[in-house]
Design a protein around this ligand. Structure first.
Ligand code: TRP
Length: 452
């Protein structure tokens, strides 16, 4: 074992890992993206495919990715190099690490713009404008906000700077303690919004929309988006969880920790959906309105609640916090790589990575206004980056992780690392990772291409 690997820091406990992994998993993906995708792709059938992907593809790959991280104990790129060497496989496997670092970087570039929206809303929801606001006004407000390139630039910059300051100080410590309180608080706010939804008059319709599958509405593109969302929401396929796994002490159960994180992540997404769709139907809004969905529905709820301005502020502060803990996970592989391979100080590595990501994010910030006509493959720059990363790069990264863990690494090594006991659990995981997950990903890819 090299000195570097020995010195590599470790989490204080299993709880610390679970908090960090949930911090990575729970973010805009659950609260912003899941509802709008479910709305766009027709509701129940999309949700069902998404849930299937979480269980049969996401969870097994989450376990695999964490396992690779703990065994490699370095940044994703160097971890893949080390593990390939250990398994006497081709060093080309480290390109999987590159794929991940690039994907995380690309995702953060647009994640930051949307996180900027929730920061802006912290300061907006308490204004008189939002008191008893109705649907048309909420939509008009959001459209004006979105179409101002100046606002987009400012909030994207503010979020990026805030994130990089936090990342440059290292991942544990204050953040770990804060996550412990912020996550339950976010959950409590969602419960409040769910209760609001129940009283809004649109609950039955919202519930049916989310859980009554209408398969005639499901397209190949929708299935691909559902799989992409499973990866995105769990934070898989780009080395985030690999990095966190690399800090995980030996003998902590990877399977149980992963199952916990995946359940929490899924619960938060469903709760967000149950909060938002009743508002959509009670106010005669369209579920298909896209990325602005939560920003055009939740202000209506807050505007009608007693002390709604306060709840609204708290809610968007918590969304911002959830976004930061995910943003950290997105950039950490790049920062760890720069620090390890170019022997940069952590702070310098953060500065470079953050600046590049910020610059790239301008493409998204402007795609809602001055560059809204710039289109490639019929998609705006935001839609393009989102599609390529979430729907292609993450599942591909996940596929490589699954193949590496279940086909390339010796079964005995994997079995001793996972310590799942004598029951059928290990066999089940191994079969899912070896056959079900890779086959599922390939089939969904082919289906979306129209080959099937
Ligand atoms: N899972 C986060 C969310 O739902 C975003 C995220 C963090 C992520 N790490 C990731 C997405 C790795 C893809 C890959 O908001």
């Amino acid at each position: 074992m090299t000195e570097q690997r020995l010195l590599h820091a470790q989490w204080s406990s299993r709880m610390a890992f679970i908090l960090a992994a949930s911090g990575s998993a729970i973010g805009l993906g659950n609260i912003w993206k899941f509802p709008y995708l479910a709305g766009q792709y027709g509701g129940g059938a999309f949700v069902l495919v998404y849930l299937l992907c979480v269980v049969a593809i996401g969870l097994p790959i989450m376990i695999a990715e964490t396992l690779l991280g703990r065994r490699g104990r370095q940044s994703p790129i160097n971890t893949m190099l080390t593990l390939a060497e250990e398994a006497k496989a081709s060093p080309n496997w480290h390109y999987a690490g590159w794929l991940g670092v690039t994907a995380g970087f690309l995702i953060l570039s647009y994640y930051s713009v949307i996180a900027g929206w929730s920061m802006a809303y912290i300061f907006k929801v308490n204004s008189a404008l939002f008191e008893h606001i109705h649907a048309a006004a909420a939509t008009r407000f959001f459209d004006e906000f979105k179409s101002s390139w100046e606002f987009q630039l400012i909030w994207h910059t503010v979020f990026m700077v805030a994130t990089m300051v936090i990342v440059s100080r290292g991942v544990s410590g204050g953040l770990e303690r804060a996550t412990r309180y912020m996550m339950p608080a976010l959950l409590a706010m969602l419960v409040l919004l769910d209760f609001y939804g129940m009283s809004s008059g649109g609950f039955g319709q919202g519930f049916a929309f989310l859980f009554n599958p209408d398969f005639s509405k499901l397209t190949g593109e929708g299935v691909l988006a559902a799989m992409g969302q499973a990866f995105f929401s769990l934070g898989l396929g780009m080395g985030s969880i690999m990095v966190y796994g690399s800090y995980l002490p030996a003998h902590v159960s990877i399977a149980r920790s992963s199952a916990f994180v995946a359940s929490a992540d899924t619960a938060v997404a469903l709760m967000a959906g149950l909060a938002i769709f009743p508002i959509v139907f009670a106010n005669g809004l369209e579920p298909t309105m896209g990325p602005g969905l939560i920003f055009q529905t939740l202000p209506i709820a807050f505007g009608q609640m007693p002390a709604g301005w306060l709840f609204g502020m708290v809610f968007f502060v918590l969304v911002f916090f959830a976004a930061v803990t995910s943003a950290i996970a997105l950039i950490e592989p790049a920062v760890a790589f720069l620090a390890e391979n170019l022997a940069l100080h952590r702070k310098t590595a953060c500065l470079y990575a953050g600046l590049a990501c910020w610059a790239l994010g301008l493409a998204t910030a402007f795609s809602f206004n001055i560059w809204s006509e710039v289109k490639l493959f019929d998609k705006t720059l935001f839609e393009l980056v989102d599609f390529v990363t979430a729907n292609l790069m993450l599942p591909l990264g996940g596929l490589l992780v699954a193949v590496f863990a279940a086909w390339v690494m010796p079964r005995a090594t994997v079995e001793s690392e996972l310590e799942m006991g004598p029951g059928p659990a290990f066999g089940l995981w191994h079969a899912l990772t070896r056959y079900v997950a890779p086959a599922g990903i390939v089939i969904i890819f082919l289906d979306a291409l129209g080959v099937l």
